[in-house]
Write a protein that binds this ligand. Structure first.
Ligand code: MN
Ligand code: MN
Length: 467
């Protein structure tokens, strides 16, 4: 017979916050999460850069009945449309019974991740080695990107306007690239420097070749010339074509289960594909919602959401204006009634770096999807701080649908900080809050998430669209 609870125990259970979210993880939830994450791992491996994330999302959306949005067409409840912004961002909408008359329900995630971009004039030869000059993209700890295999992804536009897509280094039998590092034997001076000085942006030079052109008549830059010969044979480009190219170096390794229990996934670019995929699948799985639901996968978050493919662009606003015109209402009215889940990751509590976190307000691996009322930094600068009312609505939605969730601030106060797209969405007069997946080693070439957290993110977006 079970022991009877004491009065104090009963009072504690009724008044105090539950301490351990992980105890809610049943074998059934774990199995569902495992299944969902097989699709996620494929998405992650196919989407290292935003163009590829758009391409694969589009493939999945088309297979589920989404058609290209036509501002002139008329749509009925349950119709499914996609709208691509310059190949680097994509909106997917399922038209609701009320259209956008009561606003849209939006989930917005970003599909760019920290990486190393080639400079516009990248290729040079030094001491018989061919190297690329680079400019890193987003916030990264530079030492983490040395001495690991890198793959080249991107697009080159030739002078005649024709384009060529580059993927070099993904296949097991293909060569890849690498940033070199100094051997420990000779690093005594380097080891005394602070990290910001020990590895500089101009040190992130990438090895691209070492053999001179065979049978040359002179000795000038023959290794570089040999690399250009190979690139010309494969892609039909000359050195000048680098001037109109976007070429990115990303880690070569594929996603992999982590731990004896296979409960976690290691991979490149969880931030923020780990929110993009659940938001995408929620839209794909939505049938006929009350209000039009929109998943928007945006670019450039890692560099401040700038540019015409970032969240500060008017692309999404105009899309909603187009939808509003169909419903015969002003765009700004539809926008003002819309609500949003800003789908982005948060830093999971790491016991090895416990001093960076305040445990009562941190998110934990397997604690479920994390709600961040605000992000920003010291003194709540640079953030949209969601209202208690909107937080209350989202909290009730999660609780009422049995979704495992937790709250999380990004680390200790005054230690640093970070932003998301939420503040740009809020500026459009939209209620918005951050909801996403806890990540260990965020912005490292190999980041870690838990499968059950990924699955809970999917359930949260799905129920949000349905509500
Ligand atoms: Mn992010
Ligand atoms: Mn990030």
């Amino acid at each position: 017979m079970a022991e009877e609870k004491t009065k104090t125990q009963l009072l504690r259970e009724s008044l105090m916050m539950e301490e351990n979210k992980q105890k809610k993880l049943t074998a059934e939830v774990v199995a569902e999460a495992d299944k969902f994450c097989e699709g996620y791992k494929t998405f992650l491996d196919k989407s290292p850069v935003e163009r590829e994330a758009v391409g694969y999302s589009l493939e999945l959306a088309k297979s589920r009945g989404f058609v290209e949005f036509d501002p002139e067409a008329t749509y009925a409840p349950g119709d499914r449309v996609y709208y691509v912004n310059r190949g680097k961002a994509i909106a997917l909408a399922v038209i609701g019974k009320n259209g956008v008359k009561n606003g849209a329900r939006m989930a917005i995630a970003h599909i760019d991740s920290p990486r190393i971009d080639l400079k516009p004039n990248p290729l040079y030869e030094s001491n018989n080695l061919a190297l690329f000059k680079t400019h890193y993209y987003g916030g990264l700890k530079k030492y983490q990107w040395t001495a690991i295999p890198l793959t080249l992804h991107g697009r080159i536009v030739r002078l005649d306007g024709s384009t060529v897509d580059v993927i070099w280094g993904d296949e097991a039998d293909e060569s890849c690239f690498c940033v070199t590092d100094l051997l420990p034997h000779l690093a005594q001076e380097q080891a005394t420097k602070p990290m910001s000085k020990a590895f500089t942006g101009e040190d992130l030079n990438v090895l691209a070749g070492s053999l001179p052109l065979d049978g040359a008549d002179d000795e000038k830059e023959l290794v570089k010339l040999n690399v250009m010969r190979i690139l010309n044979e494969k892609y039909g480009i000359t050195e000048n074509d680098f001037l109109s190219a976007e070429l990115c170096l990303v880690p070569s390794f594929k996603s992999k289960d982590i731990g004896f229990d296979r409960s976690m996934i290691g991979g490149y670019g969880h931030d923020d594909k780990v929110c993009a995929y659940p938001a995408l699948m929620a839209a794909l799985d939505t049938d006929i919602p009350e209000n039009t639901c929109i998943t928007y996968l945006t670019d450039k978050e890692e560099i401040g959401s700038e540019g015409n493919t970032g969240m500060q662009s008017d692309f999404l606003r105009y899309f909603i204006y187009d939808l509003a015109a169909q419903d015969g209402i002003e765009g700004y009215r539809a926008m003002s009634k819309s609500t949003c889940l800003s789908a982005d990751v948060n830093a999971a509590f790491d016991p090895t770096y416990a001093s960076a976190f305040e445990a009562n307000n941190s998110c934990f691996i397997n604690g479920g999807v994390v709600i961040s009322k605000y992000t920003g930094h010291g003194g709540k600068y640079d953030t949209s701080d969601a209202s208690a009312e909107y937080m209350g609505k989202v909290r009730a939605l999660l609780e009422n649908n049995g979704i495992i969730w937790q709250i999380g601030e990004l680390g200790r106060v005054d230690l640093g900080g970070g932003g998301t797209i939420a503040k740009y969405v809020a500026n459009m007069n939209v209620d918005v809050i951050d909801l996403g997946v806890p990540v260990l080693s965020m912005h490292a070439p190999f980041e870690i998430v838990s499968k059950t957290d990924v699955y809970m993110a999917y359930r949260a977006f799905y129920e949000y669209f349905k509500a």
